[in-house]
Design a protein around this ligand. Structure first.
Ligand SMILES: *Cc1c(COP(=O)(O)O)cnc(C)c1O
Length: 381
């Protein structure tokens, strides 16, 4: 027998109550019953995004919201700034390229947060930039960026600030309105604790103004269509009914715990994970680690891909490996969504066991003990 533990930064585990809700018979999406759910979900999302702005929901994975943020804010000939410090930051650059948009890259060393003053420099140097693309939690490197400071800079320019909070939402603080985020993006299979399939974006007045005049081609991801439908508690195309029903439940769970408590839980798990791996003599890859996922350097002499594979296939503990140039060089332990302290203990224990089997010298229980110390130190909420 093998019990499986999903500890990746998306998809994340789905709470049983949410799964049960989603197993109920399907209802039609253009009915008062569904519209009540739709409305409740939209209100709940606003609370989690900390916004009063409209939230448009696409039936797509998170990247759909990223695509929408390019297709709807820009017109041919517009300029954009793209903060690239990992695979997902680079995705914005790829999207700009796909839409024929010339972009100014800010290339941040992987594992480091962008220095907000670099954004200011780029805005001053390149007049008439229409949008700045950034990432809250860069999942590929486990790095959180200082969106608050970036927002304070961008608000004085005509550019719209786009933040990919796909893995960050619900783990690292995001104050969409207070920080001046014009398009905050997220996806369903991360902190929101439901399966993959929905993408979200909170759209500010500044962003709507740009969307009104944007001339890039779009159809399915046209924000204007979603705004019009939203006025009638509706979506322009068939809603992903089961996912919405699940989301209603997961938002209820999140809001019952309280958003601040949810964030505190993530911060505590992240700390426990970091202290645990450090106690094993391992180093954290990022100098600005996020609360969603802990990136760990693979120690010398250990095959990083085999480590992840063995944890998963032999012991049922699925953590993430490194992506792109980090393949085999780091592994990533997620503590995102439906996870709590003891999930970190499971990850730490499996890590100790597999590292030992692979010939890495460690004292069994060291990592677990260090994580437990954090669990004891920080009051349980
Ligand atoms: C998961 C993720 C995405 C989107 O991935 P999809 O596979 O399209 O859902 C984008 N950005 C970040 C930071 C992510 O963590």
């Amino acid at each position: 027998m093998k019990k499986n533990y999903l500890m990746t930064p998306g998809p994340t585990p789905v709470p049983p109550d949410v799964l049960l809700e989603m197993a109920k018979p399907i209802i039609h999406h253009r009915t008062p019953q569904y519209q009540a759910i739709f409305k409740k979900v939209n209100e709940g999302l606003k609370t989690v995004f900390k916004t009063t702005n409209d939230i448009c929901v696409f039936t797509s994975s998170g990247t759909g919201a990223m695509e929408a943020s390019v297709a709807n804010l820009l017109s041919p000939g517009d300029k954009a700034i793209v903060v690239q410090g990992g695979k997902f930051g680079e995705r914005f650059g790829e999207l700009c390229k796909a839409y024929g948009i010339e972009f100014i890259p800010i290339d941040v060393e992987w594992g480091k947060a962008v220095d907000p003053s670099e954004v200011k420099k780029a805005l001053d140097k390149n007049k008439g930039v229409s949008a700045v693309y950034t990432t809250l939690s860069e999942t590929s490197t486990g790095t959180v960026n200082d969106i608050k400071s970036i927002g304070a800079i961008v608000k004085d320019y005509d550019a719209a600030l786009v933040v990919d909070a796909i893995s960050g939402l619900g783990a690292d603080d995001l104050q969409t309105d207070a920080w001046g985020v014009d398009m905050a993006l997220s996806g369903s299979q991360k902190g929101l604790m439901i399966p993959p399939g929905l993408a979200f974006t909170a759209v500010s007045k500044k962003a709507w103004k740009k969307a009104e005049v944007s001339k890039l081609s779009k159809y399915y991801f046209s924000l204007k269509k979603y705004k019009k439908a939203l006025e009638e508690n509706d979506t322009p195309f068939t809603s992903a009914v089961s996912l919405f029903v699940g989301l209603q439940k997961s938002l209820e769970i999140i809001l019952n715990e309280g958003l601040d408590n949810v964030l505190a839980r993530h911060s505590k798990m992240a700390k426990a994970a970091r202290e645990g791996v450090r106690a094993l003599g391992l180093a954290i890859y990022s100098s600005s680690p996020s609360n969603a996922v802990t990136p760990v350097n693979v120690p010398a002499g250990i095959d990083g891909e085999l480590l992840v594979k063995t944890m998963r296939d032999k012991y049922g503990v699925t953590v993430a490996g490194g992506q792109s140039e980090l393949k085999g060089r780091i592994f990533r332990i997620a503590h995102l969504g439906f996870m709590e302290n003891f999930d970190c203990i499971v990850a730490m224990s499996a890590l100790e066991i597999v590292l030992t089997e692979m010939g890495y010298k460690l004292e069994p229980g060291r990592g677990v003990g260090a994580a437990e110390k954090i669990i004891l130190e920080i009051p349980h909420r």
